[in-house]
Write a protein that binds this ligand. Structure first.
Ligand code: SF4
Length: 263
């Protein structure tokens, strides 16, 4: 098993996500049969060969979508870089994600679990690109809730104001980013995050947030490669959240070249 195994936070393959993918495939086949059968009754009155041609075109479309779904499933299960991963990522983010979450919700699946699966899938596809960008072209985006609630220092806009007192994760992350020469910023929401990305124009983003914000951020920033890392919420959502520093280091090691390597 590779070091970068698919992890839906419990270290298991995303069966929920894969089940929803399979269900979408089945629904697609059933719907496409209906879409073929209903007009065919009328088309056969125009020309006897029309239903066949219509069926061939529809069949090609359905086959292409089923292949894409199958490839996604294999990508998840194999933890490997499968061909077309950049296109797959775009397809997943733009079209499949809303369908998967909507259908999963209809079936009563937990939204957070679906979003975790999506982010793990996104991360796998980003890893598959094997990006290695200079530190100056990478950025770490943090949510405001990582900062100790009682801390009076305003780190939004300038994280260097942090005194590195060690009472929350901001100090250690700022230290890590500084040592690697990577830009780091704290964003209070999606609008500020978008503004930072527009200003900095990075080629690689490591974003830390909850499931909901990461899902929205990854979609907003597409086609920019955004690697999502979940924050931990031992005191509840949006309050004194924590970050796994080792995970952040691992992602930087894999995708960001150190300044010395660039020079
Ligand atoms: S490390 Fe200390 S100074 Fe920095 S943001 Fe956290 S509590 Fe404030």
């Amino acid at each position: 098993m590779s070091e970068w195994t698919f992890d839906d936070r419990q270290g298991r393959p995303p069966w929920l996500f894969l089940s929803v993918l399979g269900l979408i495939g089945l629904l697609l086949v059933a719907l496409s049969w209906l879409v073929w059968w209903v007009p065919c009754v009328g088309l056969s009155h125009i020309h006897p060969l029309l239903p066949r041609w219509f069926g061939v075109l529809l069949g090609i479309f359905v086959l292409a979508v089923l292949l894409a779904l199958g490839q996604l499933g294999l990508t998840l299960l194999s933890s490997r870089d499968l061909f077309f991963s950049v296109r797959l990522r775009g397809l997943t983010i733009r079209y499949l994600l809303p369908a998967i979450i909507a259908i999963g919700r209809l079936l009563g699946a937990d939204r957070d679990a679906l979003q975790r699966s999506f982010i793990a899938l996104n991360n796998q596809l980003v890893r598959g690109r094997k990006l290695r960008v200079p530190a100056s072209q990478a950025i770490i985006l943090l949510p405001h809730c990582v900062q100790l609630h009682e801390c009076a220092i305003k780190v939004t806009g300038d994280i260097d104001k942090c005194l590195r007192c060690g009472k929350c994760g901001i100090g250690a992350l700022a230290e890590l980013a500084q040592s690697r020469g990577v830009t780091i910023a704290v964003a209070t929401g999606g609008t500020l995050a978008r503004k930072i990305l527009l200003e900095k124009r990075p080629r690689f983003v490591l974003a830390v947030a909850c499931e909901r914000d990461l899902t929205a951020g990854i979609r907003d920033a597409y086609p920019l490669p955004v690697y999502g890392v979940f924050n931990r919420r031992p005191q509840g959502p949006c309050y004194n959240t924590e970050i796994d520093l080792a995970e952040v280091k691992k992602v930087l090691d894999a995708h960001v070249l150190s300044d010395s390597a660039n020079s």
